[in-house]
Design a protein around this ligand. Structure first.
Ligand code: C2E
Ligand code: MG
Ligand code: MG
Ligand code: MG
Length: 279
C-alpha cells in the first residue's frame, strides 16, 4: 500500500475502487457537456423483412466520441446517463435527431429509438414525442419506440399508460432484448406491443445446436403470433442464423449479417442501392 502522503496522485497503489469512482466522476462531467460539444451522433442499423430481406427500419444507436476520453461504448455511458438522469436530455436529443435524419429516407422506412425508463416516466414524455414529430415533420407511423422490460420495474402502471399514449399516436412500440432480464409475461398481457425483439443470446445460441435456445425462440415466436405481435431476431451474424430464424417464423431480422450500425448517410445510400438492385 502507498503511504498517504498527499502526493501520490500518480502512484500505482490507488485502490481500484477509488479510481473507478473518480473515473465515473470525470465521465459524468464530460457527458454533461457532450450535447453542446457535438460529441454525440447516431448510428443506424438496418432491420430487414425476414422473407423479402428488404430494409423495413433502422434502429438508432447512440455513439459518444469524447474529446477527453475518446470513444466510449454505450454499454458504459448509457448506464451512467441513466444513473445521473442525463439520459433525459440526451434521450430527447436522440429522439429529435433520429426523426430529423429519418425524414431523408424513403417514406416506408421506420426509425426505432431506444427509450430508457427514466425518460418514459417523465410526465411530459408523450408531449416530447408529439413535439419531435411536429417539429421534424416525421409521420407518427414511422417512429418505433424500443423499451426493455426494465421500464416496468419501478412504476409499471405509468410506463404502461405512457406506452398506450405512444401507440395511440400511431407510433409502434417494441419490447427489446426479450427473454433476458425480468421476463414477466404480464407485460405482454397488458400492452399490445407491435414487436417483440428476441434477444441475441437466444438467436445466437439457436444456431449452435442448442435445443434449449431453439425451443425458446420457437415458443416466443408462437406466443407473439397468437398475440398478433411481430418478432425481430436480434444479433443475426451468419446466413445460417438468418435462415434458421426465418424458418422459425421470425418476421424481421437485425444483425451484422445484414448490416452493422452505420451513419445516417450510409443508411440512406444502403436503401437506395438495395431498391435499385431490386428494380
Ligand atoms: P440494443 O437496443 O439491444 O441494441 C442492439 C445492440 O446490439 C447494439 O449495441 C448493436 O450494435 C448490437 N448488435 C447488433 N447486431 C449485432 C450482431 O449481429 N452481433 C452482436 N454481437 N451485436 C450486435 P450498441 O450500439 O453497443 O448498444 C448497446 C445498447 O445501448 C443498446 O442495446 C441499448 O440498450 C443501449 N442504447 C444505445 N443507444 C441508445 C439510446 O439512444 N438510448 C438509450 N436509452 N439506450 C441506448
Ligand atoms: Mg434496441
Ligand atoms: Mg436489443
Ligand atoms: Mg440491449
Amino acid at each position: 500500500r502507498a503511504k498517504d502522503d498527499g502526493g501520490g496522485a500518480h502512484c500505482n497503489y490507488v485502490p481500484s475502487l477509488h479510481a473507478t469512482a473518480e473515473e465515473r466522476r470525470r465521465l459524468e462531467y464530460s457527458l454533461r457537456q457532450a450535447i453542446e460539444k457535438n460529441e454525440l451522433t447516431l448510428n443506424y442499423q438496418p432491420v430487414v423483412n425476414a422473407h423479402t430481406e428488404k430494409v423495413v427500419s433502422f434502429e438508432a444507436l447512440l455513439r459518444w466520441s469524447s474529446e477527453e476520453h475518446g470513444f466510449i461504448s454505450p454499454a458504459k455511458f448509457i448506464p451512467l446517463a441513466e444513473d445521473t438522469r442525463l439520459i433525459v436530455p440526451i434521450g430527447k436529443w436522440v429522439l429529435y435527431q433520429a426523426c430529423r435524419e429519418a425524414m431523408r429516407w424513403d417514406d416506408d422506412i421506420k426509425v426505432a429509438v431506444n427509450v430508457s425508463g427514466e425518460q418514459l416516466l417523465e410526465p411530459n414524455f408523450t408531449a416530447t414525442v408529439v413535439q419531435a414529430l411536429a417539429e421534424t415533420g416525421l409521420a407518427a407511423n414511422r417512429l418505433e419506440v424500443e423499451v426493455t422490460e426494465s421500464v416496468f420495474l419501478r412504476d409499471g402502471k405509468t410506463a404502461n399508460e405512457t406506452l398506450e399514449e405512444i401507440l395511440a399516436l400511431g407510433c409502434s412500440v417494441a419490447l427489446d432484448d426479450f427473454g433476458t432480464g425480468y421476463s414477466s409475461l404480464g407485460y405482454l398481457r397488458d400492452l399490445r406491443f407491435s414487436t417483440i425483439k428476441v434477444d441475441r443470446s437466444f438467436v445466437q445460441g439457436a444456431s449452435e445446436d442448442s435445443p434449449e435456445s431453439l425451443a425458446i425462440v420457437r415458443a416466443v415466436v408462437a406466443m407473439a403470433q397468437s398475440l398478433e405481435m411481430s418478432t425481430t431476431a436480434e444479433g443475426v451474424e451468419t446466413a445460417e442464423q438468418a435462415a434458421l430464424v426465418r424458418d422459425l417464423g421470425c418476421t424481421k431480422i437485425q444483425g451484422y449479417y445484414f448490416g452493422r450500425p452505420m451513419s445516417a448517410v450510409e443508411a440512406h445510400s444502403l436503401v437506395v442501392k438495395r431498391s435499385q438492385a431490386a428494380a
